[in-house]
Design a protein around this ligand. Structure first.
Ligand code: RUQ
Ligand code: CUA
Ligand code: CA
Length: 638
């Protein structure tokens, strides 16, 4: 690609479309595309320069949230291979909070405290993560504000965040697979299942016993369902090919996933060999019935029911679609699964109402469920919806978001002469996901759209060779999309989700009975300690437990003695009842720090391996005398 070309045309988005077009990438960049997009002409009339300027001005005013005013939407952003989830206010695009998940965070002590390590379980040993897909739990196809689920591709995990406290409270490693990527939730009747795709094909068993003759080994990957309530793996389904993205329908019956590696290749060329890969549809009631009927096996090392969903199985259907499809999105009207062609300029619209017939073998061929295959442009990756019948698809190679009408695309597919493309908007640059407000629910309201661009190039002050990504906010409430904000973000928020602010109901202070620290409470009870009142040091062999309270600006214990080599656990209960008075605990030179918010109990363990005097201090600014909120650990030499 030519960098000069790309930077020269950076202001194109403020032009009425049709007046300025960027020659973004040469055709050479279109590796593997089956056809160059004969991008259909634009649908509606071109705006005048004046009306365009007025629209931009009006939209820009909407995003200014005055000091002291609150945003209308919560946005939850994946932090990509940085591992966290970020909470944003939309439309201001202000970052409100960070929720550490698959990373280590010294501000909150995530990955350091005993509470977080218990949640991370065995995988706490991994210090990295790679999250992509944050999704809010649903009841009857609407966000219920209870949980947010997110995948970790790097270490094959799924995590759950409690949205009342905005902390991760469960994490599970999916067994027998590698790289959990696509993740979406059952929408109806409620989020019982978290569907998540393992991307990479591996030999089974993958214990080295078959590497001498890998070709003869059985090699596959699996579709997985995690029980959203217990966070245990409910089932795994063996598939042909590989799995990329997934979504579920509004009947509760079907989930569908894209496969880009029908070839089961291990190299780039091989993965692009076929003109078509497929979408695999999973029949959830049939899967549940098969488990009931004990028609499953288990794999060594786990007791998760494993079902065979390969070609010919009654549990799945394979629908050929062109070529290396990526995103899979259920339209908010519940009618279509939309597979985004990536190496094909098309998206494939699968009519969900025809899936019953497909599973009943009443159709001549699987592709009879295709309602349309509109041609949109180069590199379609993800599609989102405005609830008014329009879809918005990112074109990675064209660096555009294309707005198109679904019913018109269906009519065009039937041969009618109708132009389903409404507008193409330049974005900066190379968008992956885009996401419209409330789009994954029945309530899609067509107000805002975020285009998550992988490249920002010239859009921000330079920060060295590593550039920010660019999450662009687009007003989609009118006939025309209007770009209103450039939002720099750190590596790399693949995806986000926007919910109405009243759909999320966070607590202001912790509940003293919160299960988040129930195990710490149980430990205190065993030690005869009342967390709400006691300041006590308990010695148990070489284990020392220091229980203290905190009330701004003091700790309940300002000096304690241990012996060199003791394993020390500090348990702090913040008795402050005032909103926002969080304390911290940092033991200097020991790698120990954590957050203790109002009415929270937090604990952290370390070895007192250095004799002498060691100060500890509060590292969350809590009071005029915050600097004085300190204490000392005296370590007697061994
Ligand atoms: S994927 S840029 Cu990880 Cu959602 Cu498509
Ligand atoms: Cu307590 Cu700062
Ligand atoms: Ca392929």
């Amino acid at each position: 690609m030519s960098n000069e070309d790309q930077s020269k045309h950076s202001s194109a988005e403020t032009e009425p479309r049709g007046i300025s077009r960027r020659n973004f990438l040469g055709a050479t960049a279109v590796t593997g595309a089956t056809a160059l997009a004969g991008a259909a002409g634009l649908g509606s009339a071109v705006m005048t320069r004046e009306s365009w300027a007025a629209a931009v001005k009006e939209s820009s005013q909407k995003i200014h949230v005055n000091p002291g005013e609150l945003d209308e939407y919560y946005g939850f952003w994946s932090g990509g291979h940085q591992g966290e989830v970020r909470v944003m206010g939309v439309p201001s695009m202000r970052e409100l909070m960070r929720i550490p998940v698959f990373n280590i965070d010294s501000a909150t002590g995530w990955g350091l405290t005993n509470e977080s390590k218990r949640i991370m379980g065995d995988s706490a040993k991994y210090l990295n993560g790679d999250c992509h897909h944050p999704h809010i739990s649903m009841t009857d196809g609407r966000y219920d504000g209870k949980y947010l689920f997110i995948n970790d591709k790097a270490n094959s995990r799924v995590a759950r965040i409690r949205l009342d406290i905005m902390k991760c409270d469960k994490m599970v490693t999916i067994p027998n697979v590698q790289a959990i990527h696509g993740l979406r939730l059952q929408k109806v009747p409620r989020t019982k299942y978290v569907f998540c795709n393992a991307e990479f094909i591996i030999p089974h068993p993958n214990d080295g016993s078959n590497i001498a003759n890998l070709d003869a080994a059985e090699q596959y990957t699996m579709f997985n369902a995690v029980d959203g309530d217990t966070m245990e793996v409910a089932f795994q389904v063996i598939v042909d090919g590989n799995l990329d993205n997934v979504d579920a329908d509004y009947t509760g019956k079907y989930a569908a996933a894209t496969c880009y590696n029908a070839e089961k290749a291990t190299d780039l060329g091989g993965m692009m060999r076929l003109e078509r890969d497929w979408v695999v549809v999973f029949n959830i009631p049939r899967i549940e019935a098969a488990i009931q009927a004990k028609k499953f096996k288990t794999l060594p090392g786990s007791n998760v029911p494993v079902l065979d969903g390969r070609e010919g199985s009654e549990l799945t259907r394979y629908i050929p679609v062109p070529k290396n499809p990526h995103g899979l999105n259920t339209s908010s009207d519940g009618k279509y699964f939309i597979a985004n062609g990536k190496l094909s300029p098309t998206v494939s619209m699968i009519e969900i109402a025809r899936l019953d017939d497909l599973f009943a073998d009443k159709l001549k061929e699987p592709r009879d469920v295709i309602a349309a295959e509109p041609e949109l442009g180069l590199g379609p990756l993800h599609t989102t919806f405005d609830g008014r019948g329009n879809a918005y698809t990112t074109l990675f190679i064209d660096s555009q978001v294309v707005k198109w009408n679904m019913e018109e695309a269906v009519r065009a597919y039937k041969g009618e002469k109708v132009n389903y493309i409404k507008q193409k908007l330049d974005v900066q640059y190379q968008p992956g996901h885009n996401h419209a407000s409330l789009t994954e629910s029945r309530d899609a309201d067509g107000k805002w759209l975020v285009a998550l661009c992988k490249f920002s190039k010239d859009r921000f002050l330079p920060t060295g060779p590593l550039h920010a990504e660019n999450d662009q906010l687009i007003d989609i409430s009118g006939d025309e999309m209007v770009l209103v904000h450039d939002g720099p973000t750190y590596a790399e928020p693949h995806d986000c989700i926007l919910a109405k602010r009243d759909q999320i109901r966070p607590r202001k202070i912790w509940d003293r009975q919160d299960p988040y620290f129930a195990e710490t409470r149980a430990m205190a009870e065993k030690d005869g300690v009342n967390l709400d009142t006691d300041n006590k040091v308990i010695r148990d062999g070489n284990k020392v437990r220091v229980y203290m309270t905190s009330v701004a600006p003091t700790y309940g214990i300002t000096e304690f003695k241990v012996k060199q080599g003791d394993e020390v656990t500090v348990v702090i209960t913040n008795l402050d009842l005032v909103e926002d008075v969080s304390h911290g605990f940092c033991m200097v030179n020991h790698g120990v720090s954590m957050e203790i918010s109002p009415q929270q109990t937090s604990s952290i363990s370390f070895v007192a391996d250095k004799a002498g005097v060691h100060w500890y201090y509060c590292n969350w600014f809590c009071h005029a005398l915050h600097m004085e909120m300190v204490g000392r650990m005296i370590v007697e030499p061994a």
